[in-house]
Write a protein that binds this ligand. Structure first.
Ligand SMILES: NC(=O)c1ccc[n+]([C@@H]2O[C@H](COP(=O)([O-])OP(=O)(O)OC[C@H]3O[C@@H](n4cnc5c(N)ncnc54)[C@H](O)[C@@H]3O)[C@@H](O)[C@H]2O)c1
Ligand SMILES: [Zn+2]
Length: 357
């Protein structure tokens, strides 16, 4: 199935690139992404068997095991080894085909292999399309916490082929919708409205034209934010709405809670904290819960995760300024801000308030 791409131009400090959102893009990868030299494809053990054969002209394919637990330096090392064995040099372009884990690992490899080679993202999960593949952040997890080692590496093109979403497990699609809800909350009230009213209740089996429209709308939010603040010195931090809670929940669960699910619970907790600190209407929490539930997402933190453990885990998140936790809070849909002014008791109260009893 083919669908003409929507082109979204992203500018960054050292250049610009296009994000193409369409269907049937992968067979024309080299042309569409204007790749000249050899292609070194990096994919994972789920996505490779499903989609790698759609890409033409690949010089070497490296398959990493699927899953967040493999977003490590050890995986990066095995990728370097395989690229070296295959004789991949600086003329090559590294292409990431997969979810956010593949994108983050492949991007880090592209930033460092031979001091840096060209990089193209072909995201295949909803989360990777609307969030991870745009903005140039790459990296790996450490035992001490997520994304603690990494680099900024801008792609030369991003091909979001929404037809790949048809093989995405429904719970992974839902996890991506958590970031779409987040994007609506950050700066697109119309997008949030469509999710809240159920007008945009999509699944991985929805018509590809609807998926294209959803993905392009959500990417625009991320694009506009990262363009304004490429190195995360200010506004970009707002993309972490729900993430201070979410990352901590993921970590306490031993990463059994998916990133998107942690974000969903985190958005509810962030709304609770915003209302607690009198920044927003208490009804905001219920509105966000409705939008998330409509996508089949969890809105309560499992009772087995101790509020104190979640609070402690927040301190291993690198997004804290001078030892203080930073939260992104809401005033309204489309109006969010960063603050370090929340006490331990207030944070614990919000975690407990959104926990199953
Ligand atoms: N760099 C960034 O700016 C950024 C932003 C957000 C998230 N992330 C990172 O992204 C990761 C989460 O991304 P994710 O949710 O895509 O996780 P993921 O890469 O683990 O993918 C989720 C699962 O779906 C499978 N999959 C992906 N596409 C598929 C398809 N089309 N068909 C069948 N299966 C498919 C994967 O193999 C995996 O099992 C986290 O590590 C997070 O830190 C990075
Ligand atoms: Zn996220």
């Amino acid at each position: 199935m083919k669908l003409d791409p929507i082109y979204l131009l992203v500018t960054h400090p050292t250049g610009q690139y296009d994000v193409l959102v369409g269907a049937g893009l992968l067979p024309n990868l080299a042309d569409l992404a204007q790749i000249r030299g050899p292609i070194a494809l990096i994919t994972d053990s789920n996505v490779g068997p499903l989609h790698a054969d759609r890409l033409g002209g690949v010089a070497c394919t490296v398959t990493i095991p699927a899953g967040e637990q493999h977003k490590t330096l050890a995986t990066v090392q095995t990728v370097y080894d395989q690229l070296l064995v295959a004789g991949i040099d600086r003329q090559a372009t590294i292409v990431a085909l997969g979810g956010g884990v593949v994108g983050d690992v492949a991007g880090f490899v592209a930033a460092t292999y031979m001091r840096g080679v060209a990089f193209v993202q072909c995201p295949t999960s909803l989360l990777a399309m609307v969030d991870a593949s745009v903005g140039g952040k790459t990296g790996v997890d450490m035992p001490q916490g997520k994304n603690l080692v990494g680099a900024f590496k801008q792609p030369t093109a991003v091909l979001a082929d929404v037809s790949t979403l048809q093989t995405l497990p429904p719970e992974e699609f839902a996890a991506g919708m958590a970031e779409v809800v987040k994007h609506g909350l950050i700066s697109n009230p119309e997008l949030f409205g469509r999710l809240e009213t159920g007008d945009w209740r999509l699944t991985h089996q929805s018509p590809i034209s609807s998926l294209q429209s959803l993905v392009a709308t959500a990417i625009k939010v991320k694009r506009d934010v990262v363009q304004e603040d490429p190195f995360e010195q200010g506004r970009r931090a707002t993309l972490n709405l729900g993430h201070t809670f979410g990352h901590a929940i993921e970590q306490v669960s031993g990463y059994r809670v998916r990133h998107g699910e942690g974000v969903a619970m985190g958005l509810v907790a962030a709304a609770n904290l915003s209302a607690r600190l009198e920044h927003c209407d208490p009804a905001m929490q219920g509105r966000i819960e409705n939008a998330l539930q409509a996508q089949g997402l969890p809105t309560r933190i499992p009772a087995e995760f101790e509020a104190n453990a979640i609070y402690q885990a927040m301190f291993s998140d690198k997004k804290k300024a001078a030892g203080k936790l930073r939260f992104i809070l809401l005033r309204d849909v489309g109006d969010v801000f960063v603050t370090a002014a929340a006490t331990e008791n207030e944070v614990l109260a919000s975690v407990t308030a959104v926990q199953f009893t």
